[in-house]
Every structure is written in C-alpha cells, then in structure tokens.
Design a protein around this ligand. Structure first.
Ligand SMILES: [Zn+2]
Length: 267
C-alpha cells in the first residue's frame, strides 16, 4: 500500500507527465472503483478537461482538472501508470484517461481502490477524506502541535501513528520503521510514553519519511508502483537481523496486518 512518501513522488511524476494535456477519451474498464457518480457522468464530465497537476494528500492523490478534481485512493494494490503506446486492457485495468499521446492507466489487482470525480475542493463524499490530521511531512507540523494532537489519541502507539485523524500519510510499513528509529515498541500505550519518547517519535517520523522520500525520488514510477521496498530496515524482515543491533527481528500478525519490531532496540 503506497504511503505518503510514495504518493508525493507519484504526484510529482504525474504532474510533470500530464500537466497541460487534455483528456480526449475516458474508458471505465471496471466500474467497481468509480464512486460518487454514475459512470456515464464520470466519463462525460472528464472528457475535454485539462490536467493542471497532481498532489498527494495523506493516502489520497488529487488531480486538478480545469473544472473538477479527480481523487484517487489506491488502497492496497492500486497502480497508476502513464503509457504512450496503445495497449489492450487487462482484467486489472480499471480506468484509462486518454490524451493525444499519453494515457493514464489506473489498475487495481484487488479492486479495493476508489476513484472520484468531484467539484473542485469538494471532498465530502470521498470516504475517509474528512477529519484527517495534518500531513506527517508538512513542515508546519511542529513538535508542539504533534504533542498536542497526540494527547487526543489513545491506544497502542502503532495504531495511533496509522490513524489518519492523528496525522495523515503513515501506513503499516512505515509505522514499523518509525517505531524502530524511535526505540519504542509498537504495542506501547500512547499514555505510557514519556516526553522524551514523544520527541524521539516526532523526530523519527520526520527523518524516516523524508529519507524514504529521497530514496524514492531517484526511482521511476514503475519501480515505485511495484513497491520494491528494499530500503525497509525492519518491516517485512521477520526472522531477519535488526540492522541497528544485530538481534533477531520479531513478527506478529493481527487483523491481517504484520508488525515487525526489535525486542532489544525498542522498549
Ligand atoms: Zn535491534
């Protein structure tokens, strides 16, 4: 599942590929991902619109068109690609936006993603969009604001980090990475964290996400789409060696989500 660092780079790439291009044709190959509008309206309103850029907003991507916004939540397996050649749709292809020379393809193997065409800035019908916290990488999210927001959220600290109402953009994988660097066990109750631990958590969040963003900025859109996350230090490394201490990486799975942590580095 792409998290904020991936989505920011995807948005940058799509902005440079698509800005100024006008949509000549839209084909909905599978209507299951189209939400908020009948497919016929989704298509008729998109055609003739020009791409004005894309931004990441938490776990969403927003494409600005002339009169509308397209909002995409890629969920687990949604992928966006820009292709110049003609191609036949596969069973994974959900929607394609054709411009004169390039086509934006949205594919989704598990078909759990969602795409909306909405009036500009009108996101009330986008599931999970409202009441999100500030972006984890937003420079205006300072330590003081982080501390104040954190007090409003209870429960295990990993779940708080992944809660988009606390801060937006962090998912399962990068929450594990952040907690390793903060030296905090994922199951710790938020209320048990000391002031020093909260500060470490804040710094780890900023450092880990910016570092990953830097690594991804050197990769192609296709490389990002396949999520070859060879830079992960602890997530998906169950049974492996902790890069910080050389100890064994622990793993538990709850609600289909895997958590990896190091019993010696994290307290
Ligand atoms: Zn360790």
């Amino acid at each position: 599942m792409p998290e904020l660092p991936e989505l920011e780079i995807i948005a940058e790439r799509l902005t440079s590929d698509l800005t100024g291009l006008t949509i000549k044709n839209v084909v909905v190959h599978n209507h299951i991902v189209v939400h908020g509008l009948p497919v016929s309206d989704f298509v008729s309103r998109s055609v003739g619109q020009t791409f004005e850029g894309a931004v990441a907003d938490g776990k969403f991507l927003i494409f600005a068109l002339t009169d509308y916004d397209i909002v995409v939540n890629l969920m687990l397996t949604g992928r966006l690609r820009v292709i110049s050649k003609q191609k036949r749709p596969t069973s994974y292809d959900m929607v394609s936006f054709q411009t004169e020379h390039l086509t934006l393809w949205y594919a989704d193997a598990k078909k759990m993603g969602r795409i909306y065409l909405v009036d500009k800035g009108e996101y009330s019908q986008v599931a999970g969009f409202e009441n999100q916290g500030p972006s984890a990488l937003d420079p205006s999210l300072t330590l003081d604001i982080f501390k104040t927001r954190l007090k409003r959220h209870n429960g295990q600290i990993k779940n708080v980090l992944r809660n988009q109402r606390f801060v937006k953009g962090i998912g399962n994988a990068y929450a594990d990475e952040i907690l390793l660097y903060a030296g905090i066990l994922p199951f710790r109750k938020r209320s048990s964290l000391t002031a020093d631990e909260v500060e470490r958590l804040f710094r780890a969040m900023k450092n880990v996400l910016s570092r990953i963003r830097d690594i991804l900025s050197k990769r192609t859109l296709d490389e990002i789409a396949i999520e070859k996350r060879d830079f992960l230090m602890i997530h998906n490394r169950g049974g492996g060696i902790c890069p910080l201490c050389g100890g064994r990486v622990s793993e538990i799975t709850a609600n289909r989500f895997k958590t990896n942590y190091c019993q010696s580095c994290q307290k």
